[in-house]
Design a protein around this ligand. Structure first.
Ligand SMILES: CC(C)(COP(=O)(O)OP(=O)(O)OC[C@H]1O[C@@H](n2cnc3c(N)ncnc32)[C@H](O)[C@@H]1OP(=O)(O)O)[C@@H](O)C(=O)NCCC(=O)NCCS
Length: 181
């Protein structure tokens, strides 16, 4: 499905465009944003253009497997929300999100995550959406609980941070048969 646009009470989740590169780059390199363990720490604008170009091409494949959407508020990009890691045979994918450091605590991640879960379990016909978070990421755990995901356990040494430190993850999931968030 491309292009995707999901309308929420305040947010619009939509596919990235190549001309988002400068705005998205500014968010990625914000001094108070902590990059995820699998991210390049300080991408250049050219790297972001290349990444968005790859994503746009992949998104137009008939069996699209990755929904990395811009989280926009009044037309500005304030974060990202994704469904990735698709396992089509098992109707399963993984939820992710991040919000601009100046805009935490306004319910934006919860709104975006809820919209994405409804989209995945609804339009995309998934049966299960999973999420993982670091044990010290209380805000993310709260987001997952607020949208009705269930805690399923601790995955030991799930992520290798910086190539040298193993980190555990908390695992959450929601099923299509659970109450819709
Ligand atoms: C996690 C993140 C996306 C949350 O975004 P957000 O828009 O602030 O989230 P929301 O406002 O929707 O909800 C946050 C909830 O966590 C709570 N919270 C925040 N910090 C907390 C803390 N230290 N301890 C306990 N609860 C906390 C908030 O009070 C709120 O709950 P409430 O609505 O019941 O009051 C944001 O902090 C972020 O971008 N972090 C960096 C990227 C990241 O960690 N992504 C998730 C990877 S799994």
């Amino acid at each position: 499905m491309y292009p995707v646009e999901i309308l929420g009470p305040r947010l619009v989740l939509r596919d990235y465009r190549i001309d988002d590169a400068e705005e998205f780059h500014a968010l990625l390199v914000h001094p108070r944003r902590v990059p995820g363990p699998l991210e390049i720490a300080a991408p250049t604008v050219d790297m972001v253009v290349a990444e968005l170009t790859l994503r746009q091409t992949a998104a137009q494949e008939p069996d699209r497997k990755d929904y990395q959407l811009a989280m926009t508020l009044d037309g500005r990009i304030i974060g990202s929300c994704s469904l990735s890691g698709f396992e089509p045979r098992h109707f399963r994918a993984e939820l992710g999100y991040m919000v601009h450091p100046d805009l935490h605590g306004h319910g934006y991640a919860s709104e975006a995550a809820r919209l994405m879960v409804r989209f995945g379990l609804g339009e995309l016909g998934l049966h299960r959406i999973e999420a993982t978070t670091a044990p010290d990421n209380a805000a993310s755990q709260r987001v997952l609980e607020k949208i009705g995901m269930s805690y399923e356990g601790l995955a030991r040494h799930h992520v290798l941070v910086g190539g040298h430190t193993w980190r555990d993850s908390l695992r959450y999931a929601i099923l299509a048969t659970d109450p819709m968030p």
